[in-house]
Write a protein that binds this ligand. Sequence first.
Ligand SMILES: [Zn+2]
Length: 159
Amino acid sequence: MPDETVIDGFEFARMRRELRGEAALSRMQRLDDLLASGSGQVKYRITGEIDEEGHSLLHLDVEGALKLKCQRCLGEIDYPLGIRSNLMLVKDEADLVDIEDEDPDVDSIVVTGKMEILPMIEDEILLELPYAPRHVECEGSDGGDDGRESPFAVLKGRI
Ligand SMILES: [Zn+2]
């Protein structure tokens, strides 16, 4: 299987190409802190398109089952990932401004050369994930603090 992790975005869009693959989470360093387990992978699909106005678009779908690390108890949280994002490719920053006003579902990105797929997928995952993932209720605790005395514990006895 060819490891096609770099594409020419504009050509990809013009040729309306499609690329499917799997990306190993272990190769996404920036996700590391958020994941309880860095093993496994996500599936992705990228399709290219030129819209009616001649803009170059890439549609990116990413799916997978992540295990996030609870920032309170450090346990695992199952997190089903399902991302669909639309990227509009522009050649320089001057084009960014007007396009951004048009469609909130489309993110414009400046592309000057080849595009690396993995960091792009990682960016999308980072945008999707909660900043500090936590269980709604951590296992083995009654209400979810991390074992330290709550500042309100003192008050409780008085009410
Ligand atoms: Zn937890």
